[in-house]
Write a protein that binds this ligand. Structure first.
Ligand code: ADP
Ligand code: ZN
Ligand code: ZN
Length: 748
């Protein structure tokens, strides 16, 4: 492009976010195109640019007339790929915020927010099935002309029965149908058409209309009021397990659909929520898409497209659905908002719940966060009045919450993880033809295989961790790095054959239960028993339908399932979270216990919950027994406040790992030295991670704390700038794998 000096300088430079791990944007000149091919540049459109020796697809961040770089150094972009911003306004603002707040490279953020099909130069509209139709020419010509081309003739005859045909329709004519169709296209008889992909229309299944309980009605009215105001509001819907939160969501959804707007319903894991999705499908006839990790790239692209076009009125999705573009979003709901899966733990690290809340604010709409055991973060926001708090304290089915009893393991020895009292309770429950659910968050047979002679345990050679014994397959597995090996019959250290398995996993409990209750059907639900695609849904349905008498499972069974016939829940081990070094462990434990307890006695008689523990006098259990989440949360709040821990203080964690033991720590020590803390920012020591070696890499971490988020953000931004620009710091940073986690959930 040449510019006459008499013209005002036009906006001919674009600043582009390129998908590389660099915290900066890159300037390019507008592409050189002929006027008829020209696409006007627009912010948020994809653009293909030269990048080193590669060509990358980035996103235009801004269009400007000046660059900090001399203009003759700027390269022209290759091609602008979209006519307009791919992201809706509120989403665009949220993504820019995400990049600043989490200090994540903007190119990687935008890349993560696009469906894979669009990360390369793919067409914006997903491929619908290619279709062909007869042209005017084709319709007017005599079929005699095709006498010598029988296949072409056969194809034209097909068009006489059906005006639009796809590859499927041609397949039966001959394997070489494609050539014949191409020949017809060349002659101008047939043309390719591209239909917009359609979203399957659904008709409403029958569903029972429910009369809301008084508490539900109050909640619905309050939420509808917020929705009616068409401005930002955040509501914590704190409802005990079985209180009918879903009905409240549904009423809110109805009012939003009535004004023609779209809804984003976020759930922890699609595989664990087949019932919720079924309920939405039964209740609403509006077009709906489900976004989850099981979709292939094409399906994901299609779902994204339908949300963006406004075709899909309801979008149900996991964490990353927070990045969907919408034509007219009217409501966001996050079910089980406390769930850890909303936090992205690698790549671009973000808390989807917080991104969703920011987005709702930008969009001026309501967001509902629902849980029986809210995260402390959300609870504090509700306590302080920033969020509305709506409580459902009773079960919708009018059945009381289960009674929770402790089994003191100091008085009762366990056998295969089961105390006599627990066995007694199981027997009593089965005799009433109720299901039993046993919860143990450890899969495999035994977590330790131990040598009687030298007292050494079988260890993973790549991690600082024991190997778990898996009896079903007679293998040893590492649950941290995925290593798998043969069952060890001899000690690796002293070659003794006296190896004993210690402790229990779900497999051992399954065996023990099967032995003691031979008449009962036992169903184990963990990652090992549900690894095939679709298997988890099958197993959950078996559990729900009541076919299995005793369910044994890991945290997979704690999530919001509604198993109507479970009369009793046994928690085999609750002590691990009590004295953990992780300050969030007790919060997670409380949530887990209340969630799994919530599976008991949802219909009919009041359910019973038994917890085996060595520490029955711990204050923690006082609150558990009373289902007193609020009391527990207030205690926790006081503790965290005193210590200035989140959500009262802000944390950021720099993690590093390297195959060489010293290197990760060395990098973090240097970082600690380089970081210039702003006022109020505290730097801890660089330390090895609690499990230092994992998958053959040594890991270390450096924690930063502050009670001022902006100060922490500023401190880190300065450091990031330093390691991007200072050669020595850069070199050290490149010698290890490191990452930055703002508001980390896990401290290892
Ligand atoms: P939550 O998500 O709060 O644990 P659910 O929404 O799964 O609770 O509801 C628990 C059960 O109560 C479901 O079977 C649901 O159909 C039923 N339920 C919800 N609301 C009502 C109501 N108003 N009257 C009768 N049953 C209800
Ligand atoms: Zn030994
Ligand atoms: Zn390992």
């Amino acid at each position: 492009m040449t510019l006459s000096i008499f013209e005002p300088r036009s906006e001919h430079i674009i600043s582009v976010a390129v998908p590389v791990p660099l915290r900066q944007s890159f300037d390019f000149l507008l592409p050189i195109t002929s006027p008829e091919n020209e696409i006007k540049p627009s912010v948020g459109a994809r653009v293909k640019v030269p990048f080193g020796s590669r060509k990358l697809v980035g996103v235009i961040l801004s269009i400007k007339s000046d660059s900090d770089f001399p203009e003759n150094k700027l390269k022209p972009a290759i091609e602008i790929l979209d006519q307009s911003n791919l992201f809706d306004d509120a989403l665009w603002t949220s993504l820019l915020w995400l990049s600043r707040y989490y200090l994540a490279p903007i190119g990687e953020v935008l890349d993560a927010a696009l469906p894979v099909a669009l990360r390369q130069a793919g067409e914006l509209m997903p491929n619908s099935k290619k279709t062909w139709a007869l042209t005017e020419v084709g319709r007017s010509r005599s079929l005699d002309e095709l006498n010598r081309a029988p296949l072409q003739l056969a194809i034209i005859k097909l068009f006489m029965k059906n005006s639009l045909l796809t590859a499927d329709d041609f397949k039966d004519t001959a394997t070489s149908w494609r050539q014949a169709v191409n020949a017809l296209v060349e002659k101008g008889w047939v043309e390719e058409t591209q239909a917009q992909p359609a979203l399957a229309q659904r008709s409403l299944d029958k569903h029972d209309f429910i009369t809301l309980t008084e508490q539900q009605a109050v909640a619905v009215e309050s939420i509808n009021q917020s929705i009616g105001q068409q401005r930002f509001s955040a509501t914590l819907l704190h409802g005990v397990t079985g209180s009918g939160k879903t009905e409240v969501y549904f009423s809110a959804m109805e009012s939003v659909l009535a004004i023609g707007k779209q809804i984003l319903l976020m759930v922890p894991e699609i595989g664990l929520t087949p019932q919720l999705i079924e309920r939405v499908k039964r209740r609403f006839s509006e077009p709906l898409v489900v976004m989850h990790s099981g979709l292939n790239d094409t399906e994901r692209h299609l779902a994204w497209w339908h949300a963006k076009q406004g075709n899909a009125k309801i979008v149900i999705g996991t964490r990353s659905s927070v990045f969907s573009s919408f034509a007219d979003l009217g409501l966001i709901i996050i079910d089980e908002e406390h769930d850890g899966s909303f936090k992205q733990q690698d790549g671009v690290r973000y808390q989807a719940r917080d991104v969703a809340t920011y987005r709702a604010k930008q969009q001026n709409i309501a967001i509902i966060l629902g849980s029986a055991t809210p995260s402390l973060e959300t609870f504090v926001n509700a306590e302080s009045g920033r969020y509305n708090l709506l409580s459902l304290t009773e079960r919708a089915t009018k059945v009381a919450l289960p009674s929770i009893e402790l089994i003191d393991l100091n008085m009762q020895p366990t056998n295969d993880g089961l105390s006599p009292a627990m066995l007694e309770a199981i027997k009593a429950t089965l005799s009433k033809e109720k299901q039993v659910m046993l919860f143990l968050n450890r899969r495999g047979y035994a977590p330790v295989l131990y040598c009687k002679d030298c007292k050494q345990a079988a260890k993973c050679h790549r991690c600082d961790s024991h190997l778990t014994l898996h009896r079903r397959v007679n293998r040893m597995r590492c649950h941290h790095c995925g290593y798998e090996g043969q069952l060890q019959t001899r000690c690796g250290s002293c070659n003794s054959a006296e190896m004993v398995d210690v402790g229990e996993g779900t497999q051992r409990v399954e065996d023990a239960i099967a032995l003691r209750f031979p008449e009962s059907t036992v169903l184990r639900i963990d990652r090992d028993s549900t690894s095939r695609k679709g298997e988890l849904a099958e197993v959950l349905e078996q559990a729900r339908s009541g076919k299995a008498d005793i369910l044994i499972g890991t945290q997979l069974i704690t999530k919001g399932h509604d198993f109507p016939n479970v009369g009793m829940v046994g928690i085999l081990e609750a002590d691990q979270g009590l004295y953990s070094t992780d300050f969030r462990a007790s919060e997670a434990l409380f949530q887990q216990i209340l969630q799994v307890s919530g599976r008991a006695g949802r219909r009919g008689d009041v359910g019973r919950v038994f917890i085996q523990t060595n520490f029955p006098e711990n204050r923690f259990f006082e609150k558990v027994i009373k289902h007193d989440f609020i009391g527990f949360a207030k205690d926790l709040m006081a503790e965290r406040k005193a210590a200035q821990f989140p959500p009262f203080g802000c944390f950021a964690l720099i993690r590093a790992e390297s195959p060489h033991q010293a290197q990760a720590l060395q990098f973090l020590r240097k970082a600690r030295h380089d970081i210039q803390p702003s006022d109020g920012v505290r730097l801890m020591d660089a330390v090895p991670a609690p499990m230092e070696r994992r998958a053959g890499r040594y890991r270390a971490q450096l924690l930063l704390c502050s009670n001022q988020r902006s100060a922490l953000n500023h401190t880190l931004a300065l450091w990031l700038h330093l390691i991007a620009t200072d050669n020595a710091a850069k070199k050290l940073a490149n010698s290890v794998r490191w990452s930055l986690d703002i508001d980390p959930l896990d401290h290892f």
